[in-house]
Design a protein. Structure first.
Lengths: 400, 457
């Protein structure tokens, strides 16, 4: 416990450097660190010990996605145009559906005896984890290389809208198994309840914070609604991250103080994300299922194809994208916090091969994206002429 | 913040807050009923969120009638807890005790850091008299009242007179204990400054050590009275010596490390406190050191042996809004309402007698020390609260004397419940009346756009 707490604190201390100075956009180093101290490598953390951290992991994921929801639709102080948000949803839907569909379709080849429900959960989970283009990578490249122009703006806008589809998919997938406390409602109703918990609590928070409220009490309300949403959904085995996302979006839509709230919440995003990544890395179990390597290679390949097609689609549909050239799709490959959150949420919900496979896929997708994505993004923006030639060398910058 | 210090809160705001509060209770109550097989829908994480939310709202609403925020937190906990609406079940309340240990660590560090050496030196005469009279007089009076109330206390009836006297001494010691958390909670809310706030804080924080010594001494004296077969032993004092010295030594080390951290790194202080609080509380429990004293000394060292006190206090203070809500709402949920219903007449008698004894002792001490008039008038009001420390001492008695310990602890719980509810009200009233409560504005959400106010948060 002490070790993880130290790592937790350490990650906070270093976390502040990540965007503008050292550190990777996906936080992949924390995934790797978690994996190294986890049960499969150094064994400093046993699997049973990791289970003790489940409540902490739920809270970290819930808060992280709540902040993503509350700051959704704005990037660098600018509201993302609605059509770009919708385009972002479509891009993630296409990517997730293609990756998930391919995994679901070909999985019987590697795991013929896998039950239908497990096959659906693995396919859907991997698809949800593969859908995003992390906004951190875009911010990272933009901030580090002082990029500015229509292509970086387009990619940034698309990345801002990448959370909705995977999180809805998670809510639906979590409603499929008939485990846990019995809710006497159909599966559609379960999804509705997941969203309803977030929407009702978000509306309550907005109603409260709309009145004159001291900042000290504001934190009490924000933490209170989020923890309550996490507690209820965790108890009912619903998707915590979907509920807190709905909470954040509702609060952002209804509160007259959305800007002030975003300013309060945004600094907490990265510090919560890094320990969550550390936990996710420690949870990874590459020996969870014999068909895992097959799923991993399939997911990565399908994602490259999907993002490549998305890139081509954007080149055809958007004039702003054209200066980017044919590598645009590869520039959309970075994944990170959301993918890993989806994976970890699966691992926390399904304590068996299904959860482990989805988490491993999410982690591998994030790591692969880290190797290919930012470099491609930089190349794309260079080709588009959006990287400033006189930008200072980031290696020589004093970290923030 | 008192009602006077937060002007502009329209009735509509209160109505919205009340509606949301009622809706929250209603929703969770209905939802818990709709899911069979779950004693409570909230679970531990949800319970923290629920208590945080309802406690915050409760505190806003009780402000209307001039009650302190702590009363709102307690009320929220009582209503949501396992004895009334059962929205937070026994299991969740037990789990929350671990979170409370962290809250206590932060509260103790804040308390220690609020003690400034210069102020201590200045008020040493006053503190000395108050400690002497409050400890001596209250102990004797309450031991006598307890013995006199024997016919109303079931577990005393089978005991011989000497044993009753021994139990009375233990009860008297219990009565001397105060509540550092309630004192700091009220001071955090009112942001009071002045002689009353300072001397109450100093007395209450230092009384932790005094009570620990007294309890060890009384256990030593009472044991042969209660169990005639046992011999007089200095074992308790030996243990106490180890505990106190160890706690002070560890607290000093921790304080120096924290001061170095604040100076050299200075980032993410709250998280460091939380991590240290969790880790060290577990370790202190293992080595049987006094967590309250250790963290208090750490705060004291940072404040007085380094230049980092101001930053340190500011960082801890930022957690206050959350820490106090969880701590006192959990205390409310812990409150055994059926037990209080059963024991309330004798608990009321003992709590009333204690308040009177405290009042009298404060008057005598203030006169002897030549204190300011405000101390003579209101010095007693901050000393009525009791909470976790007293319950901890009653648990020690229960463990040491199993023959009557359960009844003793139950009565202590009932009495502490009354003092816990009345004490903060009295202290806040005293601070308001003495003019020490901060009356200036406090940063609101809207003020975030105003850099000058925003920085103050």
């Amino acid at each position: 416990m002490g070790l993880l707490l130290l790592a937790y604190v350490g990650s906070f201390l270093v976390g502040g450097h990540a965007i503008r100075g050292i550190g990777l956009p996906s936080g992949a180093e924390y995934l790797v660190l978690g994996f190294l101290v986890g049960p499969d490598v150094l064994g400093l953390l046993e699997r049973s010990t990791l289970r003790d951290f489940d409540p902490l992991a739920h809270v970290a994921l819930g808060w992280l996605v709540f902040v993503i929801g509350a700051t959704q639709g704005t990037t660098r102080g600018r509201r993302v145009p609605a059509r770009r948000l919708v385009a972002g949803w479509l891009v993630t839907l296409f990517t997730g559906a293609l990756v998930g569909g391919v995994v679901w379709l070909l999985l019987p080849w590697a795991a013929p005896s896998l039950p239908r429900l497990d096959r659906l959960l693995v396919g859907g989970g991997v698809g949800a984890a593969a859908a995003e283009t992390t906004r951190y990578a875009v911010r990272w490249v933009v901030e580090r290389h002082h990029a500015a122009g229509p292509v970086s703006e387009l990619i940034g806008d698309l990345a801002e809208g990448d959370a909705l589809v995977p999180l809805l998919a998670v809510a639906i997938l979590f409603a499929l198994p008939a485990a846990g406390p019995t809710l006497a409602v159909p599966r559609g109703g379960v999804v509705g309840i997941t969203l309803g918990v977030g929407v009702v609590l978000g509306a309550m928070a907005a109603a409260l914070l709309g009145r004159t409220f001291r900042i000290a009490e504001t934190w009490g309300v924000l933490l209170g609604v989020t923890l309550l949403a996490i507690g209820i959904t965790e108890r009912l085995e619903l998707s915590t991250i979907t509920a807190t996302f709905a909470l954040g979006v509702t609060l952002s839509l209804l509160s007259p103080h959305r800007r002030e709230l975003a300013a309060m919440l945004a600094p907490t995003e990265r510090p919560v994300m890094l320990p969550a990544l550390l936990l996710a890395g420690a949870h990874v179990d590459f020996a969870a299922a014999p068909y895992l390597p097959f799923v991993l290679s399939l997911a990565v390949a399908a994602r490259v194809v999907a993002k490549g097609l998305v890139g081509l689609g954007l080149l055809a549909a958007s004039r702003a994208a054209r200066p980017a050239g044919s590598r645009l799709g590869l520039g959309l490959l970075p994944a990170g916090a959301l993918s890993t959150s989806v994976g970890l949420a699966f691992a926390l919900r399904f304590h068996g091969p299904v959860g482990a496979v989805v988490l491993a896929a999410a982690v591998v997708i994030a790591l692969f994206g880290e190797f290919v994505g930012p470099a491609s993004l930089r190349a794309v923006l260079t080709r588009a002429g959006e990287l400033r030639a006189d930008a200072p060398d980031p290696a020589r910058e004093v970290p923030a | 913040v008192s009602a006077a210090a937060s002007p502009g809160k329209a009735a509509a705001t209160r109505v919205v807050q009340a509606l949301v509060l009622v809706s929250l209770f209603g929703l969770l109550w209905a939802a818990t009923g709709a899911v069979p097989g779950l004693p409570s829908l909230a679970g531990t994480t949800g319970a923290i969120g629920f208590l945080l939310l309802t406690g915050t709202l409760g505190s806003e609403l009780v402000e209307v009638v001039g009650l302190p925020h702590l009363s709102g937190y307690l009320l929220a906990g009582i209503v949501a807890g396992p004895h009334v609406l059962r929205l937070v079940d026994h299991h969740a309340v037990e789990q929350l005790t671990r979170v409370n240990a962290l809250a206590l660590a932060l509260i103790a560090m804040e308390g220690g850091a609020e003690l400034k050496l210069a102020a201590l030196r200045k008020g040493l005469r006053s503190l000395g008299w108050a400690t002497l009279v409050q400890s001596g007089l209250v102990l004797v009076v309450m031991a006598s009242v307890f013995v006199a109330a024997r016919p109303f206390i079931p577990f005393l009836r089978p005991l011989p007179p000497l044993a009753v006297a021994g139990v009375g001494l233990l009860w008297g010691t219990l009565a001397v204990s105060r509540s550092p958390s309630a004192t700091l909670g009220i001071l955090s809310q009112t942001r009071a400054s002045g002689p009353l706030a300072q001397s109450t804080l100093t007395f209450v924080m230092s009384s932790d050590v005094v009570v620990a010594v007294l309890m060890a001494a009384m256990l030593m004296i009472a044991r042969p009275l209660i169990e005639p077969a046992s011999s007089f032993s200095l074992r308790e004092l030996t243990h106490l010596g180890h505990e106190l010295l160890g706690s002070v030594a560890l607290g000093t080390t921790l304080g120096l490390v924290l001061a170095a951290y604040v100076r050299l790194v200075g980032k993410q202080l709250i998280l460091v406190f939380v991590a240290l609080g969790f880790g060290l509380t577990e370790m202190l429990r293992y080595v049987r050191f006094d967590a309250l004293l250790t963290f208090m000394v750490a705060g004291f060292v940072v404040q007085n042996l380094s230049r980092q006190g101001e930053r340190f206090v500011k960082a801890i203070g930022e957690t206050g809004s959350v820490v106090y809500v969880i701590f006192f709402a959990t205390a409310g949920a812990h409150l055994d309402v059926p037990l209080l219903q059963k024991l309330w007449p004798v608990a009321l008698l003992l709590a009333g007698a204690r308040a009177l004894a405290t009042f009298g002792a404060a008057r005598i001490a203030a006169r002897a020390a030549g204190d300011l008039p405000v101390m003579k008038r209101w010095g007693w009001a901050g000393l009525v609260s009791q909470a976790g420390l007293t319950l901890g001492l009653s648990a020690v008695v229960e463990r040491t004397f199993p023959s009557f310990g359960t009844g003793f602890r139950s009565l202590a719980i009932a009495t502490v419940a009354l003092n816990e509810m009345v004490g903060p009200v009295l202290f806040k009233l005293a601070l308001d009346r003495s003019g020490e409560t901060w009356k200036g504005p406090r940063p609101s959400l809207s003020s975030l756009s105003d850099p000058a106010l925003g920085k103050e948060t």
